[in-house]
Design a protein around this ligand. Sequence first.
Ligand code: AMP
Ligand code: ZN
Ligand code: FE
Ligand code: FE
Length: 274
Amino acid sequence: MKIDLHTHSNRSDGTDSPAELIQSAKAAGLDVVAITDHDSTEGWQEAGWAADRIGITLVRGIEISTKLDGKSIHLLGYAFDPQHEPLVTELRKIIDGRNSRLPATLERLRSLGIDIVADDVRARSANAAAMGRPHVADALVDLGVVKNRDEAFERFLTPGKPAYVDRYAVDLPTAIGLVKAAGGKTVLAHLWSRGSHRVLTPDRIGALADAGLDGLEVDHFDHSTQDRAELGQIARELGLVPTGSSDHHGTGKIGFPLGGNTTDPEQYRRLFDL
Ligand code: AMP
Ligand code: ZN
Ligand code: FE
Ligand code: FE
């Protein structure tokens, strides 16, 4: 049984529609796939129809933009009530924050002599819940300024680079509480990528486990072999579920193929109380 618990559709910054994503998951030999768009559940319905038609188990999920000590941390939420009012309100704030940041980002780029307007970004995010940095990156590719998203982030869009603008994100323990209150499960996504190991220390992870955290995404392409061994050990000691997933973004992220990392079936059953 092949299980991939973290993928993106074009409802956020992936390039496949939810139905195409499910189709590709089946073609990649997966038995279970989670759709986890950034801060949005918009893809659930279409993905659900496709999964029923194609014959694959869909896990309805999300990847929430949170912050801990000012550092950006991504939280995976699964199988929660998408109508739960306090959670919906928080997700709306994040989406609004992402959209309202765009003018400032474009202003920064203009001051660097790069002329992109909101419609250029909108053209690359037509199906998405919000216009994020990956869509700005796509507009930079269209203009021939960079050759791909990675280069756009590297030169302009990550913290410390000239076109980076901060935006709203929910406090991490609050986000865990909201997903739990909505009846769902929570897993820290790629928790040691991009310098996050300095914030998510074993002690911190222990406190989050006490606050209701269910699992750690141990097997992720951003983690080295040593990271995975250490995180596996931490998960064991804290009684957290270790997961593995691709974080597939279609053609939006090179080197993250569907099923490239997978979750052990026993851990999957443990996470969802099956
Ligand atoms: P936003 O939420 O608009 O700030 O954009 C965040 C998204 O951009 C993340 O979820 C990633 O998919 C992508 N991203 C963040 N940092 C990088 C990076 N260094 N290289 C490529 N993609 C990135
Ligand atoms: Zn993404
Ligand atoms: Fe992420
Ligand atoms: Fe992701």
